[in-house]
Design a protein around this ligand. Structure first.
Ligand SMILES: NC(=O)c1ccc[n+]([C@@H]2O[C@H](COP(=O)([O-])OP(=O)(O)OC[C@H]3O[C@@H](n4cnc5c(N)ncnc54)[C@H](O)[C@@H]3O)[C@@H](O)[C@H]2O)c1
Length: 257
């Protein structure tokens, strides 16, 4: 097995949406330690300060741009500022996402579903388009979308969330095939339950039995750790994954096996 060298990302620029906490922040930190320039975006300006502090401690160059990914003009401004700061964008990680409390579908508020569509799907769509325009001009790049196991199989009580993640999987595969000859690779990661603020919010809505069912959903009988997802994204973002394209990488401790 080849191990990434510690300089693998020196001079490369990675743009991460929803990078204030959870999977996005952990991935940003891992990439910063490998020498990447990081462009972090989020809507949580307070939480992002902590993450930015950790990034700067690594010696990495890091830029924060407040961006609501569901707003196409803010997305456009984010990508413009990233190119102004670093000249190019090598990798875009479309990670920003929201969930809602598990609820039977017939009782789920339409507004929650529409917010999931706005952020989890439209947000990825806007960022994919912005990334493609830049990557076509610079003749290459990589897009990594954070989907979910809920984008590959049923997810009862969060059907609206699941629908957005299935859509991200479809978008990932189609765009990957469309731009393969342009030296642009597009992949996704599909985590199961990972110990982040998102899952902590979900667990807080459940009784003890429900919480046990979430934690026990994986044959490994534990939640995944954000670092375990970050490790996979770092490999995907590196040149070591050069023949992987249009792939949706499951990271679930064996849940879908
Ligand atoms: N935690 C899990 O179990 C799990 C499993 C599968 C997939 N995912 C996906 O992983 C991604 C990261 O989730 P996480 O678990 O780290 O959750 P999180 O809630 O910790 O992080 C999500 C981040 O997105 C940001 N965000 C929310 N709305 C935004 C918007 N409109 N524009 C920009 N940023 C916005 C939040 O402020 C937050 O920093 C999401 O796409 C999520 O759906 C998470």
């Amino acid at each position: 097995m080849q191990v990434l060298n510690t300089q693998a990302f020196v001079g490369k620029t990675i743009l991460i949406t929803g990078g204030a906490g959870g999977i996005g922040a952990q991935t940003a930190l891992s990439l910063a330690k490998l020498g990447a320039n990081i462009v972090l975006s989020d809507i949580d300006d307070d939480a992002v300060q902590v993450t930015m502090g950790h990034l700067i401690e690594t010696g990495a160059k890091a830029l924060y741009v407040h961006t609501d990914v569901s707003d196409v003009e803010q997305v456009s401004a984010l990508f413009t500022q990233a190119v102004e700061a670093f000249g190019r964008i090598d990798v875009v990680l479309n990670n920003a996402g929201v969930e809602y409390a598990p609820t039977p579908t017939h009782l789920t508020d339409d507004d929650l579903f529409l917010t999931n569509i706005d952020i989890n799907l439209k947000g990825v769509w806007y960022c994919v388009k912005a990334a493609l325009n830049i990557m076509l001009a610079q003749k290459g790049g990589q897009i990594i979308n954070v989907a979910s196991v809920a984008g590959l199989r049923s997810a009862p009580l969060i059907s609206g969330y699941s629908a957005t993640k299935h859509a991200v999987v479809g978008l990932t595969k189609s765009v990957a095939v469309e731009y393969a000859r342009a030296n642009i690779r597009v992949n996704a990661v599909c985590p199961s339950f990972i110990d982040t603020p998102m899952v902590q919010r979900t667990l807080a809505h459940m009784d003890e039995r429900g919480q046990k069912s979430i934690i026990g959903a994986s044959p490994m009988k534990r939640l995944g750790q954000p670092q375990e997802i970050a490790n996979a994204i770092v490999w995907l973002a590196s040149d070591e994954s050069s023949f992987m394209n249009g792939h949706c990488l499951t990271l679930d401790g064996g849940m879908l096996a």
